[in-house]
Structure formats: structure tokens, C-alpha cells
Design a protein around this ligand. Structure first.
Ligand code: ADP
Length: 495
């Protein structure tokens, strides 16, 4: 068969400017950074030239200073440095340096309080990215903005930059990674962001008397994507729409769900350098070694009896979205389920406290580490038998896909990307890859945990489940091809 029928050759000159508030390996608080680290190289593989613009936060190192420029914003001026990193052929990262805005302890908030100038911080990121294109006369086919922080990119393209020649043929794509974060600010920000008051209307940025930068991204982009097909449907309903369901239904013909991939090199049990031993679907001996090691790392017993008990892992932001309130509802029952729990995360003080207390009360079966630890996250994925992710809502979710790859069977709720990536044991027969429950109740989570622990005891069935899970393909290549289709669609139907 000729190769061309397998892989249509991309147009070599296509280019995309991505704008986002975080990207690996430069910054990360959540899944957004993983996507911005992995999607660009996958697009580059398909022949696209990708430039990713992110802030140069405190701790972000690397990059060559290309130039410093003065940019106007809302009647003031900002002194901005453009640092560039050529990560690989066709993959450049632009680090936007403005220390008074980005050289801070955290990315978005401190002590649970958002930085009051977040509108300015991220508007400047967007302006800097667009100015970079203008100054270097770079005609990007697509500007791809991610989440509310980049929501003004499609807006500026159709206002401030509407007649800028370099963007004459540019189409915009806006991706919603999590609708819960909406970039809502007081109206008086409009002039401070160089936006006309006329945008304070239903089809503009107006949102319950204030402005929403997320709404800007939704209303002004050529195409909208979100990170799983099911979430694309869910956010058009009142239950998951956070007040945006009507707006999204209005633009439904432009809204598409594309599952995130996972970085198959970073998350590969056969080569993962964070692990004490490696394993594969056909030889899972190393997984038991990983289990012993992670139990020890948590100060738990790793004798034969401990190794035979199912080990449930959880790596999560400790917030309601991730189902922490469900866990709180069955906290007192966890020690009676016949399993051991290892937990890693940070988040709401009450949930951190809950896990600390549970670990103190049940030191033999529950252990917790409060913090952010990439290496430990890998070792939990490798060492655990089960992974608990009972989210209230989940746009895509990455940890359940890492879990599948590491033969760690996910227990998830049937929402968003979790529903799209995990097939339930009772429903999917030989294709099953995990345990899926419907109702957001502690009782259903408890039942799923019990069911999972029971099946775990049946070694033959468990082996099949693990093999099926490990055979799933969630690589970025597939998702990147879907994005290319959306880019082409956006180009064909620019506003
Ligand atoms: P979200 O972006 O909503 O937090 P995802 O599952 O999409 O959830 O992505 C979370 C990412 O952050 C995953 O890569 C996960 O492993 C990682 N992560 C979350 N909390 C921690 C932590 N405490 N330590 C290390 N990695 C973490």
C-alpha cells in the first residue's frame, strides 16, 4: 500500500501559535501543562510549525533573550522580554518575561486568593504573543488559545488586530480544558485591557454584569474544542455548564471534543526512570517490585501479606471536583475494605486534614503525602493495583490514562473523559479496563471499591483486566490528527 494512503502528507507550511498559561517542562499546576508539553511535538511530527507562548514565571529557566520590547496595555506600558527556546525542529517556545507580573510565588493565586491583576497578567501574555507575530512578520495559520487565560486572543484578533495584515488569513481555535475556571472580572477592566465598551453585551464578554474572558474565547473563535467528546456534550447542559451551557449550545456546531493523549515517553512503564523496576504487559514482575517500593516509601509494611492486599492509589488536587467530598463520606469505612491506600496531593485544607487524620488513625493501611511530587506520582501509578478517581466532573483527566498504561485499574465515575476512556468491568466484558459508577454518592464509590477488591482476588480475571488496560492506545498522535482536522475546519470557516 502506498504510504500516502496511510498518512496524508501535511501541508509543510502550516503553522500554529498556541497561547496558554502553563506548559511542561517550564511550568505546571495541572493537566493543561501536560497538554501544552505533548501536543506541540505531536503536531510537529505531522509537519506543523508550532510556537507555544507561555509566561516566564519565577523558576522558569532557559531560553535565549531575543529582544525586549515596550507594549502598550490599557493606557500603561509594559516592558516585555521575548525569550525563545527551540525545543525541537518545528517546535518553539516563547517565554514572555515581565517580572512585575510573572515573577511571583505562584502561578495564579496565593493563600487561596487570586492575584487581583490576573486580567492584566494574562491579557499581556496574549498581547505579547500576538505582537511577537507582528514584529517578526510571522503569518500563523492558526492561533490556538487555551482556557480563560488566553481567551482574549480570539477577541483581540477580531478587535485590536482585525486589520493587521499578518493576521489577515489567521483563524482562531479555543480549547476549554476546564469550564469551572471562567476568568470573571469587573466591567471596568474593559478599557484597562484595551477593549471597547461595546463588548459588554450578550454576544460579547458580558457575564452576569461582569466580563468573562472564557466567554470571549467561546464567542470569538472560529472553532471551540474541549478535551473529551463526552465533556463537549455535558457542558451544554445546566448540570455541567456553570452558566455557560446556553452560550455553548448556541455555538454547538463549532464545538468538538478531542480526547487528550498522554505523553507516551514520559509515562511508559518499560522505560520510566522514576521507577525502581520496570515492567510491561507481558512481564509484570517489575510491578510487584514497584508496589513493595512505594509501600516502603510511604512507611508501610511491604511483607508478603501487604503485597497481596490490593493497593489503591490516588494522585489529585484535593478539591470537590475530584470527588474528595465522596471520599469524606466513606472515610470511616476505608480501613474496612481490605485494601491499602496511598495518596498524594495538595488542595483544600479540610481535605488535606482529612487524609492526615485518616493516616494517623490507620497507620497500617492509609498513608498520605501532601505535596506535589512528579517522581512519586510515577511510582504510585506503577506500584498501585487500583487508582481512585471519583470526580464530580472531569473534562478529560490524565491520571486514569496513566493508570491504564501502568496496569493500575481505575475506579472512576461515569463523567467526561473518565467515561470516554474507562470501560466498566460489568458492562464491557472482555474489553473492560476498569470500574465505572454513575451516581455521585459515597455509597456508589464504596460499592465500586468493594467490587474492585473482590475482582482483584481473582488472579486470572485480574490479569486479563490488566492486559486489556495496558493495551489501550492513548498516544498524542491520534489526538494531534484530530486537532489538525479542526484547524483545517477553522481555516475553511473563519469568522
Ligand atoms: P487536573 O488538570 O484537573 O488537575 P488531570 O488528571 O487532567 O487533572 O491532570 C493532573 C496532572 O497533574 C497529572 O499529570 C497528575 O499526575 C498531576 N498531579 C496532580 N497532583 C499531583 C501531585 N500532588 N504530585 C504530582 N503530580 C500531580
Amino acid at each position: 500500500m502506498p504510504t500516502s494512503s496511510l498518512m496524508p502528507l501535511p501541508t509543510p507550511s502550516r503553522s500554529v501559535l498556541m497561547i496558554a498559561s502553563e506548559a511542561l517542562p517550564f511550568s505546571k499546576t495541572g493537566g493543561l501543562a501536560d497538554v501544552l508539553g505533548a501536543l506541540p511535538p505531536a503536531l510537529a511530527q505531522l509537519g506543523w510549525n508550532v510556537t507555544v507562548a507561555v509566561p516566564r514565571y519565577r523558576g522558569t529557566t532557559g531560553g535565549q533573550l531575543l529582544e525586549r520590547v515596550t507594549l502598550p496595555l490599557g493606557g500603561t506600558r509594559a516592558d516585555v522580554g521575548f525569550y525563545t527556546v527551540d525545543v525541537a525542529e518545528r517546535h518553539r517556545v516563547l517565554l514572555v518575561d515581565e517580572p512585575s507580573l510573572f515573577d511571583r510565588a505562584q502561578l495564579y493565586s496565593e493563600g487561596g486568593v487570586d492575584y487581583p491583576d490576573n486580567a492584566r497578567r494574562f491579557a499581556l501574555l496574549v498581547r505579547a504573543a500576538l505582537e511577537y507575530a507582528v514584529r517578526h512578520n510571522h503569518t500563523f495559520d492558526i492561533v490556538h488559545a487555551h482556557d480563560w487565560q488566553a481567551g482574549l486572543a480570539p477577541v483581540y484578533l477580531r478587535t485590536l488586530y482585525a486589520s493587521t495584515p499578518v493576521f489577515a488569513t489567521t483563524a482562531s481555535v479555543f480549547t476549554i480544558h476546564n469550564l469551572a475556571y471562567q476568568g470573571v472580572f469587573e466591567q471596568d477592566w474593559l478599557p484597562r485591557l484595551d477593549l471597547p465598551w461595546s463588548l459588554l453585551e450578550q454576544d460579547g464578554l458580558e457575564f452576569w454584569g461582569r466580563i468573562s474572558l472564557l466567554k470571549g474565547g467561546i464567542n470569538f473563535s472560529s472553532m471551540i474544542t474541549t478535551v473529551s467528546p463526552r465533556y463537549a456534550r455535558e457542558i451544554q447542559t445546566a448540570a455541567f455548564g456553570f452558566g455557560f451551557d446556553g452560550i455553548l449550545r448556541h455555538r454547538a456546531s463549532r464545538l468538538v471534543g478531542i480526547l487528550n493523549g498522554i505523553d507516551a515517553q514520559q509515562w511508559n512503564p518499560e522505560t520510566d526512570t522514576f521507577l525502581p523496576a520496570r515492567f510491561s504487559a507481558s512481564d509484570r514482575a517489575g510491578k510487584r517490585e514497584c508496589k513493595a517500593a512505594v509501600l516502603r516509601e510511604y512507611g508501610l509494611s511491604s511483607d508478603e501479606a501487604a503485597l497481596d492486599r490490593p493497593l489503591v492509589g490516588m494522585i489529585s488536587r484535593m478539591v470537590d471536583q475530584k470527588g474528595l467530598d465522596l471520599i469524606a463520606g466513606i472515610a470511616h469505612e476505608l480501613p474496612n475494605l481490605g485494601a491499602t491506600f496511598v495518596v498524594l496531593g495538595t488542595g483544600d485544607a479540610r481535605y488535606q486534614e482529612m487524609w492526615r487524620r485518616l493516616a494517623a488513625e490507620h497507620p497500617d493501611t492509609i498513608a498520605v503525602r501532601i505535596g506535589f511530587d512528579e517522581g512519586l506520582a510515577h511510582r504510585i501509578e506503577a506500584g498501585a493495583d487500583l487508582f481512585m478517581m471519583p470526580s464530580q466532573f472531569e473534562p478529560c483527566g490524565l491520571n486514569q490514562m496513566y493508570s491504564l498504561r501502568y496496569g493500575t485499574i481505575p475506579i472512576v465515575r461515569r463523567v467526561g473523559g473518565l467515561a470516554d476512556t474507562v470501560k466498566d468491568y460489568d458492562e464491557a466484558g472482555a474489553d473492560a479496563t476498569g470500574f465505572v459508577f454513575d451516581d455521585y454518592t459515597p455509597e456508589q464509590l464504596r460499592r465500586s471499591l468493594r467490587r474492585a477488591v473482590d475482582i482483584y482476588r481473582d488472579t486470572a480475571r485480574w490479569t486479563i483486566l490488566q492486559r486489556t488496560a495496558m493495551a489501550e492506545d492513548h498516544s498524542w498522535d491520534r489526538s494531534a490528527r484530530e486537532y489538525v482536522k479542526i484547524y483545517e475546519q477553522a481555516l475553511g470557516s473563519r469568522f
